[in-house]
Ligand binder design. Structure first.
Ligand code: KG4
Ligand code: ZN
Length: 317
């Protein structure tokens, strides 16, 4: 079964081709550099970049995968959530392609695609329900319990900023290169960590705006007093705070749902070194992280989710 996946929910134009769950091609063109100068993604520019890039990305993917139009069985595309203009470019492209090829179209939730991305290069025989998923991306932070490929319940999600967004904003306050999440990962130093603010209790929803405000106040204070800003210390303490917060909440839900078979991480922040180090230290719990090439937005995960949906349809626990 050959599936073409299309991902355009944010600033990455990505098209992948998978055969029976295995990646034949996964081509991504990112417009990050366009947004760099603004310190965050500009939706209109992202949509325009998708328009100019999508056909080139598609041609490239087809060439790598060496497939013919008749080989394709389905076209899958990210239908939600995301930037409306960006999503629209992917939708129009997917619909036209499916009509041209005479194949069915599958709508894919971007967050569910992130959750299963570990299985892009790991045996799907190891996929066991129910499991806990932790999505940590630029736009979302949540913990869910997954009963099947498309049946899940969100247990906790951020009431304000997402953790990736928070790291990006703190990075900007510290004048670090965009995106802040990657910069903070690079400069993290455990010896420089100090206390910033208290954590809420495990049963409370994720909230990262307090951390962002605390960092902003601290930096403004230091600037006013013309004191030195300890960039590495503030960056490291912020990252540690976020990882500690995730740890507190994951522990809580693991205790609450002891029958969970594993914990799957997904989303850009799952590439973070401290996050991986922290959770791989836990014993007796199976934490699974996507390989680095699949932590960020990519179309392979979109196509894979469609494949899993078809394969596991009706198999719930
Ligand atoms: O999943 P993603 O590519 O896009 C969304 O769906 O939002 O995630 C992007 C986010 C950005 O906030 C970026 O700063 C963060 O992931 N990120 C990281 C790392 N790599 C990407 N944050 C911390 N450490 C990293 N190594
Ligand atoms: Zn994403």
């Amino acid at each position: 079964m050959i599936i073409i996946g299309i991902e355009t929910s944010c600033d990455d134009t990505s098209i992948a081709i998978i055969k029976n769950g295995k990646v034949l091609a996964n081509v991504t063109s990112s417009s990050t550099r366009v947004h760099e100068q603004y310190g965050g993604i500009v939706p209109e520019l992202a949509a325009r970049k998708h328009c100019t890039n999508i056909d080139k990305v598609f041609q490239h993917a087809i060439k790598i995968a060496k497939i013919k139009p008749n080989d394709v069985d389905y076209v899958a595309y990210t239908s939600e959530p995301g930037l409306i203009g960006s999503l629209h470019v992917g939708k129009v492209f997917a619909k036209q392609l499916a009509a041209l090829l005479g194949v069915k179209i599958i709508q894919v939730n971007h967050l569910l695609a992130h959750i299963f991305s570990y299985f892009l290069d790991h045996d799907i025989k190891n996929l066991k329900f129910p499991f806990l998923s932790v999505v940590v991306s630029g736009g979302h932070t949540f913990i869910a319990i997954n009963y099947s490929v498309n049946k899940y319940r969100i247990l906790n999600s951020s009431i304000d900023d997402a953790c990736g967004e928070t790291l990006d904003k703190i990075g900007r306050l510290l004048k670090l290169p965009y995106p802040g999440g990657i910069s903070i990962d690079k400069i993290y130093n455990s010896k420089k960590v100090f206390d910033l603010i208290k954590h809420s209790t495990a049963d409370k929803e994720f909230s990262f705006s307090g951390l962002k405000t605390a960092v902003s106040n601290l930096i403004n204070n230091l600037r006013q007093k013309k004191k030195k800003i300890d960039t590495i210390g503030i960056a490291s303490s912020s990252l540690k705070w976020i990882i500690d917060d995730l740890e507190i909440k994951i522990k809580y839900y693991l205790n609450k749902y002891p029958k969970t078979k594993m914990i799957l991480f997904g989303g850009g922040v799952s590439a973070n070194s401290l996050l991986r180090k922290t959770f791989t230290k836990w014993r007796n719990t199976k934490f699974l992280f996507p390989t680095m090439q699949y932590t960020n937005d990519n179309a392979a995960m979109v196509a894979l989710w469609a494949f899993l949906l078809l394969k596991y349809r009706g198999k719930e626990c």
